[in-house]
Ligand binder design. Structure first.
Ligand code: SF4
Ligand code: SF4
Length: 91
C-alpha cells in the first residue's frame, strides 16, 4: 500500500531525504508521494521512514485506495533498483 501525505503537512521537508526510492517531492502546497515509487519501504527499511521522521502525527499514512501485497511492493522496488538487492528483513 503506497503511502500518502495528508493536508496536515507543514512542508518541513524532513521526509524527502529519507525516501531512498525518491518518491517524495515538494508539491504546490504540501509534500507529495509518487505512488508508483513508494514501496511502503519494502526493500529499504523495516518500517516507513517518512512516517518515522515526520514531526506531525498521522501525516504520512498508508493510502487505502492503493492496496498492494508485499510481493507487489518488492517487485516495484526491484524495478526501481535494478541490479541491487533489497535489505534483508524489509520484505
Ligand atoms: S513509505 Fe518509504 S518508500 Fe514510501 S514514501 Fe515513505 S519513505 Fe518513501
Ligand atoms: S516530514 Fe511530514 S510535515 Fe515534513 S514535509 Fe514530510 S510530510 Fe510534510
Amino acid at each position: 500500500m503506497a503511502y500518502k501525505i495528508t493536508d496536515e503537512c507543514i512542508s518541513c521537508g524532513a521526509c524527502e531525504a529519507e525516501c531512498k526510492n525518491e518518491a517524495i517531492s515538494e508539491g504546490e502546497t504540501i509534500y507529495v508521494i509518487n505512488p508508483d515509487k513508494c514501496t511502503e519501504c519494502v526493500g529499504i527499511a523495516a518500517s516507513s521512514r517518512c512516517a518515522e521522521v515526520c514531526p506531525i502525527d498521522n501525516c504520512c499514512i498508508p493510502d487505502p485506495d492503493r492496496k498492494e501485497t508485499k510481493k507487489q511492493l518488492l517487485e516495484k522496488w526491484r524495478k526501481l533498483h535494478p541490479g541491487e538487492e533489497p535489505v534483508p528483513g524489509t520484505y
